[in-house]
Design a protein around this ligand. Structure first.
Ligand code: THU
Length: 130
């Protein structure tokens, strides 16, 4: 799957966003090592802290569907600026795909691709507890 194809999946996923408070819609498409793409969009809540980001919606859908190794995630929003995963999502993604590529884009799918390791250096993981 090409970067552009995964980005298009993220753009379509964005349509599922529930963002009545921020009006900031985010779409994510997570590519499993099996080749399956899992889509997610942000789901907000009147109690703001309950909100779940698009990336974690996609990740949790994937993991609860039985896939736990990932090669890439594409993220997009309605912004002119590139949207990168928040810190919480970087940590959540690191649990299952520390080697994954993160493709962060703007509303026109202009993008930058970085490794998760670059976005979350010196990550805390299960290895630290061995
Ligand atoms: N949001 C995401 O879904 N992913 C990100 O990477 C950044 C932020 C959502 C959370 C909230 O619904 C809205 O964007 C504004 O923060």
């Amino acid at each position: 799957m090409t970067d552009k194809e995964l980005l298009k999946e993220a753009k379509e996923a964005k349509e599922g966003a529930y963002a009545p408070y921020s009006h900031f819609r985010v779409g994510a498409a997570l590519l499993g090592k099996s080749g399956t793409v899992y889509r997610g969009a942000n789901v907000e809540n009147a109690a703001y802290s309950v909100t779940c980001c698009a990336e974690r919606v996609a990740l949790f859908k994937a993991v609860t569907s039985g896939e736990s190794d990932f090669t890439a995630i594409a993220v997009t929003s309605d912004s002119d600026d590139l949207t990168f995963p928040c810190g919480v999502c970087r940590q959540a993604l690191n649990e299952f795909g520390p080697d994954m590529e993160v493709i962060s884009s703007n509303k026109d799918l202009k993008y930058k691709k970085l490794t998760l390791e670059k976005l979350l250096p010196h990550a805390f993981s299960g290895k630290e507890m061995e």
